[in-house]
Design a binder for this molecule. Structure first.
Ligand code: EPZ
Length: 435
């Protein structure tokens, strides 16, 4: 079985470089469909969601190539309007091909993208927004065709501030006829990256980074070379790791300007963070303090993707912490797994978790069933006395290039079922070495 083995209980010391952002590269790969030219994307993470997206793109006629962290997409000969196959069903971000294919070809047939265990993940708001742009939706047995005789700009105001809906509207609007005004737009940094990519390709988008986007459709787009920004959730993962274990680490390339709410939470919990031009230094030697209430919110609030990671770190904080999940309806699934390791957590309904700090966690076998929960279990394993085995590594590989490599860089004795890589215990004077 694919698994990760961790011998925990030691503080983290070391430094590691933060990979490119999963949630930035996926919509930008979809956006390359809109450009009948060649695009080159640098700093792309080697993760399974990117692999699946590249399979989908090549399945509809793009020529894709990859060399290290650089991906080349030639979208001059996009042929089919059917996006299908297991790649669609198993991956949420395939929904982004909806807006891109409508912008490119005016039609697409696709299966309903897989939801996942954290929530039903409906696409009703996507479809309603696109209908306002003249798109007709024809549904049958779990597959639907979206078709627009003429994609037209519109004023759109989704009732929920949705990352994916914002991205799909942008992707459809850049090649629609006329102007689209999107209100209640999500402001995540990944959406800013998408807009910056499209603007460099010749799109005209105003209000980037704000909650009202004005997209002037119809501008000819040309190929660009673009660098994917670092992944703020991956950086936050290792930040929560050292918060949980103690120690001193340096995260090269951490996008600190996008992490204010996460850095604030870490400081309130007792970490000392020093931001610099080339990354983030974190010291956490004073023990962990409980956080009376952390609510997940849309950006720039505390990210829902960081919720499980914070929960793991707070399991041994002194005092009682409360976490409220406001975005997804089922995102406390790792509570049972953390309790197997000795955590003391009480659920109040589906939206609130109360964490009573315990002295320590004890390693054991646990099971991941989604991406960020899986990463949180790895953090708990780093914190726990003894060995922890996290089953279903494949969930974690959706978003982390090599979580074992990164945590090994930070001094953790961690490896996959394929082999134990001995880690020399870093001397305590290491901590004086880091910026
Ligand atoms: C994106 O998902 C991210 N995925 C998620 O990251 C992230 O957790 C989420 O945004 C929130 O920040 C990618 O970028 C690939 P939403 P998305 O639409 O776009 C409801 C990870 O770990 N909703 O902003 O699907 C929805 O159910 C993943 O990297 C509808 O009701 O999130 C949720 O409750 C997990 N109808 C809320 O909106 C719709 O049509 C916000 O979801 C669409 C969404």
């Amino acid at each position: 079985m694919d698994s990760i083995h961790i011998r925990g209980g030691n503080a983290l010391f070391g430094e590691t470089k933060i990979q490119g952002s999963k949630n930035a590269v996926l919509p930008i790969l979809a956006a390359a469909l809109l450009i009948e030219d060649v695009c080159v994307l640098e700093n792309c993470p080697r993760i399974s969601d990117v692999h699946h997206m590249l399979m989908l793109l090549s399945g509809i006629g793009c020529r894709v190539g990859r060399s290290g962290q650089t991906i080349t997409i030639d979208a001059r000969n996009v042929s089919e309007d059917t996006v299908s196959g297991e790649n669609v069903a198993g991956m949420r971000s395939s929904i982004m091909l909806l807006g891109a294919m409508l912008g490119r070809a005016g039609e697409v047939t696709m299966g309903y993208p897989g939801g996942c265990v954290i929530g039903e993940r409906p696409i009703d708001l996507h479809l309603n927004a696109l209908r306002k742009m003249g798109v007709k939706i024809y549904e049958k047995e779990g597959v639907f065709t979206a078709r627009a005789e003429k994609l037209e700009g519109a004023v759109i105001r989704p009732c929920v501030c949705s990352v994916g809906v914002t991205e799909n509207v942008i992707l459809a609007a850049v090649r629609a006829k006329g102007v689209t005004v999107l209100q209640n737009a999500a402001k995540e940094p990944e959406i800013v990256a998408l807009c910056e990519f499209l603007r460099e390709a010749g799109a005209v988008i105003e209000g980037i980074g704000g909650s009202v986007l004005i997209i002037q459709g119809g501008h000819k787009l040309h190929g660009v070379r673009f660098r994917i920004p670092p992944d703020r959730i991956v950086a936050g993962t290792y930040l929560m790791g050292v918060l949980g274990t103690g120690g001193h680490i340096f995260l090269e390339d951490a996008p600190v300007a996008q992490m204010h709410s996460v850095l604030r939470a870490a400081e309130l919990a007792g970490a000392e963070v020093i931001v610099s031009r080339d990354g983030l230094s974190v010291m956490a030697d004073q023990g962990r303090k409980a956080l009376s209430l952390t609510k997940t919110e849309i950006y720039p609030g505390f990210p829902t993707d960081m919720q499980s990671l914070l929960m793991a770190a707070l399991t041994t904080a002194s005092g009682i912490s409360v976490i409220e999940e406001t975005v997804f309806e089922n995102r406390f699934r790792i509570v049972e797994q953390l309790k197997k390791m000795g955590a003391d957590i009480e659920l109040r309904g589906k939206r609130q978790a109360v964490i009573y700090g315990v002295d320590s966690l004890l390693g054991c076998e646990v099971t991941a069933d989604e991406l960020r929960g899986g990463a949180a279990l790895v953090i708990a394993g780093c914190m726990a006395e003894g060995e922890t085995v996290v089953a279903n590594r494949h969930f974690i590989e959706r978003g982390y290039e090599d979580i074992c490599r990164d945590f090994q860089n930070l001094g953790v004795n961690i490896y996959t079922e394929y082999g134990e890589k001995k880690i020399e215990k870093k001397e305590t004077d290491e901590k004086n070495k880091y910026r």
